[in-house]
Design a protein. Structure first.
Lengths: 224, 216
């Protein structure tokens, strides 16, 4: 009964349906790009809020980070998909994916930004203030440019996680690469070629970014 | 009505799911730490073939979503739902653990090893008594943060129908579909994950500050 999991006709079938995988890959890339912007925006806003002199803003940062880091992305995304329609908010799956993954990754980016800022000696801020800079100007022109070098490797690393996490869309029929792979191979049971090709496509998306992270980590070590 | 949910059988139903989540997470964490330690040491000691193999494994696995490994383990092996989840998550997390552990190993000064060698310790003894205890202590924060990631990512196994906490919650939502009920179920499931993860990271933070070496 044992048939070759990588039999030639299975590869043939996959290449005949290549556009299904290409469509999935396109959705994965689009969701990843939009989610990355959402995550970066939230990460910088909440990260700066986390070091702000105002105590309320700091606790705002804590609530956001603790909630999103301590509950699963799967639950958050399924919540947007299943629970929001009860409040008459019906979002398309693309928006759910971008927003859900963006909110989740944003919490990790906020922590990266916050610890990057905290790594800059407080004297830098005081020096800025003593020169007549406002708090925001000191942040914008003195602290953040210096913190950038510390923050960038972990932001890029979270970018890799973000791409991998787009696969959560497969659980809400999101039409991404993982969903297409799962449903295509679920129909014909041609698991071998499907999983191999899918894995390679994700790998091609993530590997350059992982290499870039290594490069950043290496160069920041030399400079310090 | 929310009161329909306040039922000992439904609460038990969810808690059984939590138990599966904890089971998958616990064994995946243990196995991935063992795998990560072996590979981390192989790379640290520059053991020829093993080093190349572990670099290859890490470069491949770290760049592919966990969910793909869950699908592979579920649909191409005869393992039970829970075991296939453990296998997939250990295999995936092992690569990340090995990176974390290698970071801890590299943070130790070479003088430590020279001192141990001068005392006549063997390589195994040095790794066991000098290198690993210090490396583990230094990497408690990133390692525990990875533990919570394992607990959260175990929710992905619901994609192959394994009834852990998320799966059990979704089954309840299928049966109790009023707005109040759906929100209550989501809040309960999310709350349980939060409780487990927050307790774990809080405990780890305390332990880490207790174990930190005070400077003279």
């Amino acid at each position: 009964m044992a048939t070759n999991p990588f039999a030639e006709y299975k590869w043939q079938a996959l290449f005949n349906d290549w556009h299904i995988f290409a469509d999935g890959l396109a959705v994965t890339i689009e969701v990843a790009i939009v989610a990355l912007f959402v995550a970066l925006l939230l990460g910088i806003l909440f990260g700066v809020a986390g070091v702000f002199p105002n105590k309320n803003l700091r606790s705002f940062n804590r609530v956001y980070v603790e909630f999103f880091q301590n509950t699963p992305l799967v639950i958050q995304v399924i919540f947007l998909y299943h629970a929001l329609p009860h409040l008459k908010i019906v979002l398309p799956v693309f928006a759910i994916g971008s927003l859900g993954i963006g909110l989740y990754t944003g919490a990790y980016m906020a922590e990266a930004v916050r610890s990057g800022i905290l790594a800059i000696p407080r004297g830098q801020l005081e020096a800025g203030l003593s020169q007549g800079f406002t708090y925001f100007q000191s942040m914008r022109y003195l602290i953040l440019p210096q913190a950038k070098k510390i923050i960038l490797p972990s932001i890029a690393n979270q970018g890799v996680n973000l791409i991998k996490n787009t696969s959560v869309l497969a659980m809400i029929a999101g039409g991404d690469l993982m969903y297409q792979a799962d449903s295509w191979s679920g129909m014909n049971m041609y698991y071998g070629p499907t999983y191999l090709v899918t894995g390679m496509l994700y790998w091609l998306l993530c590997f350059p970014l992982t290499k870039y992270v290594k490069h950043l980590e290496g160069s920041s070590e030399v400079h310090s | 009505m929310i009161s329909d949910l306040m039922n000992i059988y439904l609460i038990k139903f969810l808690l059984e799911g939590l138990l599966v989540t904890l089971e998958i997470s616990f064994f995946s964490i243990i196995l991935s730490v063992i795998l990560g330690t072996i590979l981390g040491i192989a790379r640290y000691l520059n053991i020829p073939v093993l080093k190349t193999l572990s670099n290859l494994y890490i470069d491949i696995v770290r760049n592919i979503p966990c969910l793909l490994f869950i699908l592979v383990a579920r649909f191409t092996t005869p393992l039970s739902p829970t075991l296939s989840g453990i296998a997939a998550m250990s295999f995936f997390t092992g690569a990340i653990m090995s990176e974390i552990i290698r970071g801890g190993l590299n943070s130790l000064s070479k003088g430590q090893i020279e001192a141990a060698l001068s005392q006549g310790m063997s390589t195994f003894q040095i790794i066991r008594y000098i290198v690993l205890p210090q490396a583990y202590r230094n990497i408690i924060p990133p390692m525990v943060s990875q533990f919570t990631t394992v607990i959260k990512d175990s929710a992905f196994v619901w994609a192959v129908g394994t009834e852990e906490l998320t799966g059990r919650g979704m089954i309840l939502i299928g049966k109790y579909g009023s707005t109040a009920q759906v929100f209550t179920i989501f809040a309960t499931v999310a709350g349980l994950y939060f409780l487990v993860n927050y307790t774990l990271s809080h405990f780890a933070r305390k332990q880490h500050s207790k174990m930190s070496v005070r400077s003279y």
